[in-house]
Design a protein around this ligand. Sequence first.
Ligand SMILES: CC1=C(CCC(=O)O)c2cc3nc(cc4[nH]c(cc5[nH]c(cc1n2)c(C)c5CCC(=O)O)c(CCC(=O)O)c4C)C(CCC(=O)O)=C3C
Ligand SMILES: [Fe+2]
Length: 347
Amino acid sequence: MVDALLWLSFGGPEGPAEVRPFLENVTRGRGVPPERLDEVEVHYQHFGGVSPINRLNQEAMAAVRAELARRGMDLPVYFGNRNWHPMVEDTVAEMKADGVRRALVFPTSAYGGYSACRQYHEDIARARESAGPDAPDLVKLRQFFDHPLFIAAVADAVRAAAVFPTYRLVFTAHSVPDAADQAAGPPTEGGRRYSRQITEAARLVAEAVSIQDYDVVWQSRSGPPQIPWLEPDIVDHIESLAAEGVPAVVVCPIGFVSDHLEVVWDLDTEAAEKAATLGMSYARAATPNGDPRFAELVVSLIQEHLDEAPPAKLSPFPAAGCTLNGTLCAPQCCEPPKRPTRPQSGE
Ligand SMILES: CC1=C(CCC(=O)O)c2cc3nc(cc4[nH]c(cc5[nH]c(cc1n2)c(C)c5CCC(=O)O)c(CCC(=O)O)c4C)C(CCC(=O)O)=C3C
Ligand SMILES: [Fe+2]
């Protein structure tokens, strides 16, 4: 029995004055140089200091509420974030006050890895601890990168974006430190669960749209420059494609579920401008958030969990990510990378 759904996301600022404190929350203890924060702050200020992520989450939750009602499922949907209001600690306290005993948690990330899965486990554990005794039990739903509804929605978005007679299909996902990717998944699996799942989701989408030639690249690299992150970067890759004479590029942000700032800035602004400068046509596939199948996907994951049904999935990769109260998926799964320590004045 469960009595609620907790929609757990990243969070984003809602105005100019919130940008810096939001960025401080995201990067606390992560060794991201202040120069990088200055740069990223400007990206947010181009949009009036407002990230689209909260509005997109609200829209998706409305669609999920409608889908739950359609299926006759009486499950209130709560909203909490890791980095900005409504903070998940406050939401879980509210759930406890409302008498919620056990809730399922939908994380707005389809993948494994430290940033994409384990950090959501950490959010769950932290929020329960902060709520104190009798905090609701929280069961995180599994990774869904290979769910048929996810792949179908992304494949249709690629079809809709592919308006050029000749183009290269390029999948992109958030880069992570190479060491974090190496440590992704249980040690027994050999690592790189994050990049392998991204590559597999890309393969499934390419197969669905019958495209043989495509690339998988990375974006939005952060951290100090001397630390290796997954490469190539999308902007550099667009340069290489132009040098090969590729006339057009269709970019699919397979690593994200909504058109948040890393999509509207890093892709629709930076990557699109690079393509324009090189005389290359550019189109970007929509993320699945706005597709009606996304709400269906969320409710299917809930139903699958309640029914203890075999997972609906298109890859042979293990179904992972579903645990109680922030327990790890497996021993030493997705160990956090060692952070570079920088001197902190006054500490
Ligand atoms: C794998 C991954 C996902 C996908 C999984 C998921 O969706 O959860 C993701 C999503 C997102 N990342 C986001 C924003 C940011 N990520 C940052 C920094 C970082 N991301 C990382 C990884 C990921 N990030 C990492 C390894 C760092 C370095 C710091 C650290 O080691 O943790 C920074 C700091 C500044 C910078 O350096 O860029 C910001 C502002 C937003 C919200 C956008 C909006 O506001 O609309 C979203 C959805
Ligand atoms: Fe990020």
